[in-house]
Design a binder for this molecule. Structure first.
Ligand code: OOB
Length: 561
């Protein structure tokens, strides 16, 4: 088996030849593609429901047939193996059908999130020289056709705008889906991709600079899905609720929608991740597993307070950012299901707590790597390896962790070690059994007059207060001390909080005085990233824009007094 000779794929760093050979001979990487995976699933699970959206239910057979029809239409449009497109659709059957149609042809989508707009979509399209941009008619109240038109004007590689909904003179996705229903055989007349071709681009979760593109290949992404489905105990009774935006690695493949498809399960598409929408879908379809980012998990816990637990739900996977132990402890009693913590990244490595781990481990750690082939190390600032319990940067390599971003040689030289480990920037500690707990981000420290303060510790303490729903701590530039410690706090519904009360509580917890925030800002919600994580850069921007005026000096006077 050879790596595709398509030119641009050489811009996606590959594993060294000896390691790749090893993964192949060990059967970790198989000679398989995503379309073969779907073909296999439809042979095994045929009429079982694969995807449900609103009133519409799609069996495995429907999905397979639909993807083939769509592949033919896209081929008629001129899209060919190795071409790139930007795909931005909401959680829907159309997304999955289209994804498999693209996989069939070997056309490589950039998996954009619904929150992305001109700037990001333009960057992606330009960076990969996309030939098409696939958007919904509307998203979050915005006219996405108009956005795609603007993007097309600056990214001349775009020939087609394909629209879900009213296409207004562009290509209609519904027309492509219904165009030709004549029987087509699985392999079709057109060449498809090879196992080691890039299947899709994930987008890096980083909140700085231009988002980086993460090439995920058929054979390694399929391995990722198999491991993740096993770690989550998915089986043919699995009913997964896709609440997070489907394009993100977590709900798509860790194990998410693809994991459910791999075992004959069913996925329910949620139009939004809010508790009201999702609780109704969970009850209606007897959903037994779903995945969320911490801010949403906290909202669900709060919402379950008045209505009681979700009877069918067995497992709630929470990942994407740190879940505070005090919130973690509330998942089982409030939502009536097991918590599974997930530390993952679009670049590869996925860690899980096991469903039958001791509850204390589930509440306080992010588990361990899902594959025995994952290599992880915790590295001190001086480059040496940390001992168990000591913190350092998490670095990793393995059969489903990329060896480099798409076309970024300079950045790759910094983000990957000479021996191919991805330097995650996450500060973690590992216990003697290998359980990892995330302590923060490399750069997520506040330097207050020379004292380095890890914000996670302060956030963890703040959320133990019964009147605090969530907390996020950032630095505010300050002429005197360099950075002041600034805590954004969401009060629990109906609770009124005072800064001095929180200061007193933190004091009682016995932490150093310099770790007590200089200011508290009470808000209803935090700015979010595309997948719903707390956007710390957004919080810092809010401070810069001085949306809150000057620091709360009355409190300072109070402190001084
Ligand atoms: C997931 O992927 P990304 O690419 O959006 O973000 C990755 C980064 C990690 O490097 C880490 O900084 C943070 O998000 N993160 C966590 C975490 N899970 C991810 N930080 C603390 N605790 C956790 N449990 O976010 C992602 C991809 C697949 C599965 C799950 C999450």
């Amino acid at each position: 088996m050879t790596v595709s000779a398509l030119d641009w794929q050489s811009l996606c760093p590959f594993w060294p030849a000896d390691i790749a050979r090893r993964y192949r001979t060990e059967g970790i990487w198989r000679d398989e593609t995503f379309f073969g995976f779907l073909e296999d699933a439809q042979n095994r699970f045929g009429d079982k429901p694969a995807l449900i959206e609103g009133q519409c239910s799609y069996s495995y057979r429907d999905l397979y047939a639909g993807a083939l029809i769509l592949a033919r239409s896209l081929h008629d449009l001129g899209l060919r193996r190795g071409d790139r497109v930007v795909l931005q659709l909401p959680n829907s059957i159309a997304f999955v059908e289209l994804l498999f149609a693209l996989f069939r042809l070997g056309v490589v989508p950039v998996l954009a999130l619904p929150a992305h707009r001109d700037r990001e979509i333009g960057q992606f399209a330009d960076f990969v020289q996309a030939r098409a941009c696939i958007v919904p008619e509307l998203s979050g109240g915005d006219d996405m056709v108009a956005m795609a038109d603007r993007v097309k004007a600056i990214a001349p590689s775009i020939e087609h705008i394909i629209v879900l909904g009213d296409a207004r003179g562009n290509v209609s996705l519904d027309e492509l889906r219904n165009k030709d229903t004549s029987p087509i055989t699985g392999l079709g007349p057109w060449p498809g991709p090879e196992a080691e071709d890039v299947a899709c681009f994930q987008i890096s979760g980083g909140t700085t600079g231009v988002p980086k593109l993460i090439p995920r290949r058929h054979m390694e992404y399929l391995y990722n899905i198999r491991c993740a489905a096993m770690a989550s105990n998915m089986n043919q009774n699995t009913c997964y609720l896709c609440a997070l935006p489907i394009a993100h690695n977590f709900p798509l493949a860790c194990p998410g929608v693809m994991g459910a498809l791999s075992v004959g399960g069913t996925t329910i598409m949620a139009p939004d991740p809010g508790a009201e929408t999702c609780f109704a879908l969970i009850d209606k379809h007897r959903v037994n597993i779903t995945s969320l980012v911490p801010p949403l998990a906290i909202m669900w816990i709060e919402a379950a307070f008045s209505r009681g637990p979700l009877y069918s739900l067995r497992v709630l996977q929470v990942g994407g950012a740190k879940l505070n132990p005090s919130n973690a402890r509330q998942v089982a009693p409030r939502l009536g299901c097991k918590l599974q913590q997930v530390l993952g990244m679009a670049e590869g490595l996925i860690c899980y707590t096991s469903l039958d781990d001791d509850v204390e481990l589930i509440h306080t750690t992010q588990g361990m790597p899902m594959s025995e082939w994952d290599e992880v190390r915790v590295v001190r600032e001086n480059g040496t390896e940390a001992i168990p319990g000591e913190t350092g940067e998490l670095q990793t390599r393995g059969p489903y962790t990329i060896r480099g971003y798409y076309n970024m040689p300079e950045h790759n030289a910094r983000a990957f070690s000479a021996d191919g480990f991805y330097c995650t920037g996450d500060i973690v500690a590992r216990d003697p059994h290998g359980y990892i707990s995330v302590e923060g981000r490399k750069k997520d420290q506040v330097n207050r007059g020379g004292e380095m303060i890890g914000v996670d510790e302060i956030e963890d303490l703040l959320v133990t207060h019964p009147a605090v729903l969530d907390a996020a701590v950032v630095g505010r530039p300050d002429v005197r001390v360099g950075e002041r410690l600034c805590a954004f706090v969401i009060p629990a519904p109906g609770r009124v909080l005072k800064s001095h009360e929180l200061r007193r509580e933190l004091g009682k917890a016995g932490i150093a005085g310099f770790k007590i925030p200089d200011e508290f800002i009470f808000v209803d919600a935090f700015p979010q990233t595309g997948v719903g994580k707390v956007n710390k850069r957004g919080l810092r921007d809010m401070l810069k824009a001085q949306h809150f005026g000057e620091p709360d000096t009355s409190e300072l006077v109070e402190m001084a007094g």
